[in-house]
Design a protein around this ligand. Structure first.
Ligand SMILES: [Zn+2]
Ligand SMILES: [Zn+2]
Length: 303
């Protein structure tokens, strides 16, 4: 989809959510500029001609995500451009780390911090490398990981845009993202393409959305994306009484939950980030019950 159209869809979705859930106003005010900046950056990278990465079909069919286990040095310039745009907006959403973000950017600008190993460590979830990069430059490793992930997101989205075609060819049935290997932060229940009246009650497809790059992929309805458990007696869900479109699927085998929005009756399907922000109150309930989100994000750990 064209960059501007996606930006408008995101802005409209955030506006609609703000009108529906007044209690989320402060959180939305903090995150809206950041989500818009990332979407703007995605559009800018597309306009600048950043190419999609063609999946290695053998590796992909064996479950290797498109951007994992490959050198990312070719995207160093794009990463720096993204960091320049995203970090100042991040600093406003997370004022407590604005100094740390400034240091990360300074080290990138002066060549002290090489973007390639940082990007590769972010994609592979390699905390040891993140900590070692941070230690050398006396940066806060948590800030470095968050900064890297946020600057990388628009790049992953642009590079991974052929994932849908690859998934159509090779059945992707994993609980992690086909583009970057990230874990899902939200699931959307969508209308199944099968138009059979006898299947009505089963006619929803469960689409997971990557917490790192928002790629969406179809996943089994009754399985835990975190541990793969498919046993009915340990898979449950929790639904708030006042909203049947919202639920959290939870796995008693591993103690993780995934918030889910049924979008079959939505006039316009919300983008996953907006859906996830709208489900923060459910995150709070589930964490109070002692469950852990499948993917921790900056907002579902906001407490
Ligand atoms: Zn991803
Ligand atoms: Zn599980």
């Amino acid at each position: 989809m064209h960059g501007n159209a996606e930006q408008k869809r995101l802005a409209k979705g955030l506006e609609r959510l703000g009108a529906q859930k007044e209690s989320l106003r402060t959180i939305l005010d903090a995150f809206e500029p950041l989500l818009l900046a990332q979407e703007h950056m995605r559009g800018a990278l597309l306009t600048a001609g950043l190419m999609a990465v063609t999946p290695d079909t053998d590796a992909f069919s064996r479950g290797m995500p498109i951007m994992v286990d490959r050198p990312l040095g070719d995207w160093a310039d794009a990463f720096l451009a993204s960091a320049r745009k995203i970090f100042p907006v991040m600093a406003q959403a997370f004022p407590g780390i604005s100094g740390g973000l400034g240091l990360v950017l300074h080290n990138l600008e002066t060549g002290m911090l090489d973007p390639a190993p940082l990007m590769e460590a972010c994609v592979s979830g390699d905390d040891v490398t993140i900590r070692s990069l941070a230690r050398k430059l006396t940066l806060n490793p948590k800030v470095l990981a968050l900064a890297g992930a946020y600057a990388l997101r628009p790049i992953l989205q642009v590079c991974g845009r052929e994932a849908q075609e690859a998934m159509a060819e090779h059945n992707w049935d994993h609980g992690y993202c086909p583009v970057c290997g990230g874990l899902p932060h939200v699931a959307l229940l969508k209308q199944s393409g099968v138009d059979d009246p006898f299947l009505k009650s089963h006619g929803a497809e469960r689409w997971l959305s990557c917490s790192r790059c928002i790629t969406q992929w179809k996943f089994k309805r009754h399985a835990c994306p975190h541990c793969g458990n498919e046993e009915n007696d340990t898979l449950e869900y929790f639904q708030p009484q006042d909203n049947t479109a919202e639920r959290a699927d939870l796995c008693k085998a591993c103690g993780h939950y995934l918030v889910t929005l049924d979008v079959r009756d939505c006039v316009e399907e919300p983008v996953p980030d907006v859906a996830a922000l709208g489900l923060i109150p459910l995150d709070i309930i589930m964490q109070d019950k002692g469950y852990t989100p499948v993917a921790e994000t900056a907002w579902n750990k906001l407490r």
